[in-house]
Design a protein around this ligand. Structure first.
Ligand code: ZN
Ligand code: MN
Length: 260
């Protein structure tokens, strides 16, 4: 099936009606957020959408339009809100958005939905939105999986990507992994000449409100992006898609299985 027919936005209402009931429907949830000097503001959204398209291909699923804005960027995991372009949703806005989109899918027959996160800060709000949707529809047959692509990156792959030790997912913002993924998914969107070292400033694990300046490397990347390769990115994409498919099948049953 051509890629465009996996996007609900390309379907007519009657095509949607035919496919929605028996399909796993994926909602990519990204952000419009600084990603260092070398990656575009839509990096989290772009990666979530690209992975969702590949997962949909593998499981004969559908992809909803990406949520292009995300929850408030935190200094310790996204650089915070001090960088031009970072466009934060209030938590309640994202909760309501996820709740409404999921409930509307349910209203049209969808019973298995995946919120595929591309932005770490979305996680608690997407979970809350899914819970509120479930509470509204009051149908135990309606199942939602909320999952971030980083949840399924295999440990052995991290060990080989980071021989010096993995810095942790919070700091891996516009670092080696996201840069490698972008090299694999859209190399023309990476500013290679802007890839460099980052200031040795370590964002604290706690959260200051308002955030204090000087807690985040001035480049915006929280970890060093050097060492990212297209090859490494391609291996990551493959492993992540496999991991997401496995998680979806574990939650909803194998492909083609009847709905519960
Ligand atoms: Zn990111
Ligand atoms: Mn992010």
């Amino acid at each position: 099936m051509p890629d465009r027919l996996r996007r609900t936005s390309d379907l007519s209402w009657s095509e949607y009606r035919e496919r929605a009931i028996d399909s796993v429907v994926l909602l990519p949830a990204g952000a419009h957020e600084q990603h260092g000097l070398h990656l575009p503001l839509d990096t989290d959204a772009f990666i979530a959408e690209a992975l969702a398209a590949r997962v949909a291909e593998a499981i004969d699923g559908l992809v909803l339009p990406c949520l292009a804005y995300g929850a408030r960027s935190l200094a310790r995991s996204g650089g915070g809100d001090g960088f031009p372009g970072t466009t934060n949703l209030d938590g309640g806005t994202l909760v309501a958005l996820v709740r409404d989109v999921l409930r509307e899918q349910y209203r049209h027959g969808v019973r298995r939905a995946v919120v595929l996160l591309g932005h770490g800060e979305n996680d608690p709000f997407a979970i809350e939105g899914a819970n509120l949707a479930a509470r509204e529809v009051r149908d135990p047959a309606f199942r939602v999986l909320v999952i971030g692509w980083w949840h399924v990156v295999p440990d052995d792959m991290l060990a080989s990507l980071f021989p010096e030790g993995f810095p942790g997912w919070d700091l891996e913002h516009a670092g080696r992994v996201e840069t490698a993924l972008m090299f694999a998914l859209a190399p023309e969107r990476v500013r290679r000449e802007r890839i460099g070292s980052v200031d040795p400033v370590v964002a604290p694990a706690f959260t200051e409100v308002p955030a204090r300046s000087g807690r985040v490397p001035s480049q915006g990347s929280l970890a060093d992006p050097r060492g990212a390769t297209a090859d490494g990115g391609a291996q990551l994409v493959k492993a992540i898609v496999a991991g997401l498919v496995a998680a979806i099948e574990a939650s909803f049953g194998p492909r083609g299985a009847a709905r519960p």
